[in-house]
Design a protein around this ligand. Structure first.
Ligand SMILES: Nc1ncnc2c1ncn2[C@@H]1O[C@H](COP(=O)(O)OP(=O)(O)O)[C@@H](O)[C@H]1O
Ligand SMILES: [Mg+2]
Ligand SMILES: [Zn+2]
Length: 452
């Protein structure tokens, strides 16, 4: 039985109201409410099966290790938490054109050498996919392609093919024909993903769903379906550089700290096994330092560049790329207060190497030294790396994962490193390899690393 009615749905968070609002009451976004004509579907309720499952004691439960299979990319597997879990649903989000279809077609080929794979293309024709495949120039074995947008046909075909791994490219382009709202609307995205999720679990098929996101979140976003899936991965990068990053924001089977780094080449995406080399230049010029950021289990060296100029405005300008502007404001305030340098008369631009996004607070010291180095026009101590979180009092706070950072610096051939005071006996461990200078505050760091 069908019954038409209309409802107002926020395209950002998916909350529904019976009336139009200019601003969503739930997520507070403006102009995101759209009227959707819906067809309510009344399904005849299934007869309740007798209860078969019983609660168990912990001792009775055997903890089988999750058996995962590889995506064919080590970088991808790392972000997934060690590979693809059978029966799991992964959402791969990213801006249009970033390379989602490319990386997933490459992975599909690699997986198909060992397992059955079905790639469902709802945006591109079979021919378009084939053209891309030929450009990627790689091998496949059991890889089937199916071009369809209707959800029930898609589910039928997955059943027919019975693959280990199926891909939906993309969720915004498929629709449930029993609903009247258009493909890509929040209602469609939600109902289609819910049905796919149930289907994957019941049939023990791993599903990867591709979803587009735009920077302003204008499209019916994967945001609304993040709670439905097991793993959410974002594919990031800018159109200018060829580097691409995989980062997970939710993972029921692993940590969300890992990142995977790729480069987009003519023949598709290629893994970068030594990422520190692409975010550092190792030049000794004023305004540039190298920090070691923790990205999951992997430390990563990244340059911090600062440009400090006398301002021509009543309010000095502060611009950042790859690092939070609030963090920079805080570092500027610490410098003003504890070194007595009036930066309020100076514009300040900060950028990370390659625009790489840094969230590790231990990058503070490098940012501060870059700013001061540009301000004084003195290059920092040669071949030196900076590690330390700046407290508001100008002190360097202790950090606990210092050793892998120092090891990464050693690997890159860095000869000096400034670190917060530590209880570990690092000096003897690294004697003759790298000169470790323990410092307790910003003033000491400046006296040591910014000398004419
Ligand atoms: N012939 C080509 N040679 C090199 N790169 C290409 C070629 N065609 C497309 N690309 C790259 O692939 C990108 C599109 O990737 P795609 O996987 O379709 O993105 P998405 O699925 O995320 O929208 C383009 O932005 C472009 O950089
Ligand atoms: Mg695509
Ligand atoms: Zn909302």
């Amino acid at each position: 039985m069908k019954n038409k009615f209309s409802t107002f749905v926020c395209q950002n968070c998916g909350s529904e109201t019976s009336q139009y609002f200019g601003r969503c009451l739930n997520c507070k976004e403006w102009n995101t409410i759209v009227e959707e004509n819906k067809t309510q579907i009344f399904k005849t309720p299934k007869k309740n099966k007798p209860q078969t499952k019983k609660a168990k004691l912990f001792d009775e439960i055997t903890s089988e290790k999750i058996s995962r299979f590889s995506s064919g990319f080590q970088e991808f597997d790392r972000v997934l938490g060690g590979g693809i879990v059978p029966g799991s649903v992964v959402l791969l989000g990213g801006e249009p054109g970033i390379g989602k279809s490319t990386i997933i077609l490459q992975a599909a080929g690699k997986i198909s050498l060992k397992k059955k794979v079905l790639y469902i293309t709802s945006e591109e024709s079979l021919e378009q996919v084939k053209i891309r495949w030929e450009r990627l120039n790689q091998n496949c074995n059991y890889l089937k392609i199916y071009a369809e947008t209707n959800l029930s046909f898609i589910l039928d075909e997955i059943k027919n093919v019975n693959p280990s791994f199926a891909i939906i490219d993309s969720i915004q382009a498929i629709h449930n024909a029993e609903m009247e709202s258009s493909p890509g609307s929040v209602s469609q995205v939600r109902i289609c993903s819910a049905e796919l999720q149930t289907f994957a679990k019941e049939n023990n098929i791993s599903l990867l769903i591709i979803g587009h996101v735009t920077k302003d979140g204008a499209l019916a976003g994967p945001k609304t379906l993040e709670h439905l899936v097991d793993v959410v991965i974002n594919f990031e990068g800018d159109k200018v550089s060829s580097y691409r990053l995989l980062r997970s924001t939710k993972n029921r089977f692993g940590s969300t700290f890992e990142i995977g780094i790729f480069e987009m080449l003519e023949k598709g995406l290629s893994e970068i096994k030594n990422p520190s080399s692409i975010f550092t230049n190792k030049e000794n010029i004023s305004g540039v330092t190298t920090i070691i950021s923790s990205e999951g289990t992997r430390p990563l060296a990244v340059d911090i560049q600062a440009l400090v100029n006398k301002t021509f405005y009543s309010n000095p300008r502060r611009t950042t790329t790859g690092i939070s502007i609030n963090r920079v404001h805080q570092i500027l305030a610490v410098i003003e207060k504890h070194l007595g340098i009036k930066l309020s008369e100076y514009d300040c631009y900060i950028a990370t190497g390659g625009g790489f996004e840094i969230n590790d607070p231990s990058s503070d010291l490098g940012v501060a030294i870059s700013i001061l180095s540009s301000f004084k026009n003195i290059p920092p101590l040669e071949n030196c790396s900076f590690i330390g979180e700046l407290g508001l009092s100008g002190q360097l706070r202790q950090i606990n994962n210092l050793r892998p950072k120092i090891e990464e610096a050693v690997r890159l051939g860095i000869k000096n490193i400034l670190v917060p005071k530590t209880k570990d006996n690092l000096k003897t461990n690294f004697a003759n390899i790298i000169k470790i200078k323990e410092i307790s505050n910003i003033k000491e760091a400046v006296d040591y690393a910014l000398i004419q």
